[in-house]
Design a protein around this ligand. Structure first.
Ligand code: SAH
Ligand code: SF4
Length: 381
């Protein structure tokens, strides 16, 4: 008998599931807290639920984590996990600790269909969408692992960025309940300003997100004009810059922050010239979008044929934008020694043996290498 993975449900979904079992909706809140706030996966542990309910759950439901293939910890405290999602696919999540926050970078798809030139996930192609449960499982596992690992009683992850593998707005149906679970006070209780969806620009879905579940929005711009963006981010041919910026403007009416973050990956000799900065300034001014820029040093990988802009050029670019009154930051690269930086996430199973070997050389932890996917729950029938 197939059982329901309770990580697939936001609170509303779990309430509907409980009602189907003939249980009162408020039981769902208790169950939701056990799973997400306490990290429980064994119904027998949930002692304040009636025994009859625990038995019903044991026969119909499970809490299924993703098997961890590898875990790497960087010298700077960044931790990267590679999760097995079956059929030879793996996805990655990265924890980035900072003084005032802990950020988890979460994947939304195995691979990505957008195929940006500078992105190794894009080069890998598209395998499949993750389910809500697979998106939430990354946070569920990381939060409860980190509490133990760092010996902390309180919440460790304060921010989530959907900037791992995949285009979240091309997996909208699974994304929204996952976001709702992140925001729910009975689960992770993250503020809308601290959950960021990053998109390469799926215009209709930007509007839907604004209506359904407005969280902070980051848009991967990377080019100041359509011909160049068509080359770098092929989705631009479908949704060109004018349409994308219009959608950003509409989103601002719903957004928890009063600006959109534009990400801009600095590619040597491609999009990093003073002329590009001037075009960008003109673009955001003419469209009147309240925004901040985040310049990302390109993380090279051989198949891209591209190089990172030299730091002085990145600074000069940032200066031009700042002088035009646009708040601009240059992203610090974290977890470099474990390939955990943006665009280096390539959880292709073909790389696993290789990855495991590289990690062993770096004296990092390899958990359950090549373990068969197995549900974590003791309750599965
Ligand atoms: N698909 C979404 C979210 C995942 S990519 C998006 O494109 O926004 C997250 C961020 O990493 C994006 O801004 C993306 O442009 C950037 N990125 C991808 N490859 C990169 C690379 N090799 N170096 C630096 N940043 C990269
Ligand atoms: Fe996909 Fe984002 Fe990579 Fe582009 S940058 S290929 S949209 S994951």
């Amino acid at each position: 008998m197939t059982t329901a993975n309770l990580l697939d449900f936001d609170l509303e979904g779990l309430a509907a599931f409980c009602e189907k079992l003939g249980e009162k909706r408020f039981r769902a809140t208790q169950l939701f807290r056990w799973i997400h706030q306490r990290g429980a996966s064994d119904f027998a542990q949930m002692t304040d639920l009636a025994k009859s309910l625990r038995e019903k759950l044991a026969g119909t439901a499970r809490v299924e984590a993703l098997p961890v293939l590898t875990q790497q910890e960087s010298a700077d405290g960044t931790i990267k996990w590679l999760f097995d999602v079956g059929d030879g696919n793996a996805v990655e999540a990265v924890f980035i600790p900072e003084d005032d926050r802990g950020t988890l970078c979460v994947s939304s798809q195995a691979g990505c269909a957008v195929g940006c030139r500078f992105c190794s996930t894009g080069h890998q192609g598209f395998s499949r969408n993750l389910s809500t449960g697979e998106i939430v499982a990354q946070l569920w596992f990381a939060e409860h692992f980190l509490r133990k690992h760092l010996k902390r009683d309180e919440r460790v992850i304060s921010n989530v960025v959907m900037m791992g593998m995949g285009e979240p707005l091309q997996n909208y149906t699974a994304l929204v309940p996952a976001l709702r679970t992140m925001l729910d006070d009975n689960a992770y209780g993250l503020s809308r300003r601290r959950v960021t969806v990053s998109t390469s620009g799926v215009v209709p879905m930007i509007d839907r997100l604004g209506a359904d579940c407005p969280v902070a929005l980051a848009v991967s711009l990377h080019a100041p004009n359509d011909p160049l963006r068509d080359e770098l981010v092929p989705l631009n041919r479908k949704y060109p810059l004018a349409e994308l910026l219009d959608a950003c403007k509409r989103y601002l009416a719903h957004a928890p922050r009063d600006f959109i973050t534009f990400e801009y990956c600095m590619l040597d000799g491609v999009n990093d010239q003073p002329e590009h900065a001037r075009q960008l300034i003109e673009l955001v001014r003419s469209q009147g979008v309240s925004c901040k820029f985040n310049l990302i040093p390109f993380n090279p990988f051989p198949a891209s044929g591209l190089l990172r802009s030299p730091p002085p050029r990145v600074l000069a670019f940032a200066k031009l934008l700042s002088e035009a009154g646009i708040v601009t930051t240059v992203r610090k690269t974290r977890g470099d020694d474990i390939d955990a930086a943006c665009g280096q996430l390539a959880g292709d199973v073909k790389d696993r043996t290789d990855a495991a070997r590289r990690m062993a050389q770096r004296r990092t932890v390899v958990l359950h290498p090549r373990r068969k996917p197995a549900p974590s729950t003791a309750q599965e029938q």
